[in-house]
Design a protein around this ligand. Structure first.
Ligand code: ZN
Length: 138
């Protein structure tokens, strides 16, 4: 009987390589995000939105820095009103990305099959939100 190791064992070198790369990638992202958030909290300034600066309109992501700064201060109401769309759908985006990364680390594949529809719906809703927030300013 031929014994084969499953792809997800800790002894699989590709698994370890993908896990190390993913941990490093998200550690860097979290450190940069934390440094930026500390900067925003200390100075009250954020990176200006190029879309807003050039058009005067709000993009779907406008207010995310203030939203995150409010969340750090546990000011949930203000966080919601800075960007209601990302406040409500952000956890779904994070969960989806986490599932993609777990699948990648375990199997070397990020394709989520039918679950990818979630991000396409999210993208469509973000575009709709970007239009509606300029038509009906909130
Ligand atoms: Zn913007």
């Amino acid at each position: 009987m031929l014994l084969t190791k499953p792809l997800t064992t800790n002894s699989n070198p590709e698994f370890k390589k993908r896990l190390r790369a993913t941990v490093i990638k998200y550690s860097v992202i979290l450190c940069v995000a934390a440094a930026y958030l500390v900067f925003v909290l200390c100075t009250g300034m954020g990176i200006p939105c190029l879309f807003h600066e050039s058009t005067g309109l709000k993009c779907p992501g406008c207010g995310i820095s203030r939203m995150l700064a409010s969340l750090v201060r546990f000011d949930v109401v203000s966080a919601f009103w800075y960007n209601p769309f990302l406040f409500t759908t952000g956890p779904l985006i994070i969960a989806y990305l986490a599932c993609c990364e777990v699948k990648y680390v375990r199997f070397g594949d990020r394709q989520m099959g039918k679950w990818e529809i979630i991000m396409w719906v999210e993208l469509a809703l973000a575009i709709a939100y970007g239009i509606l927030r300029n038509v009906f300013p909130i």
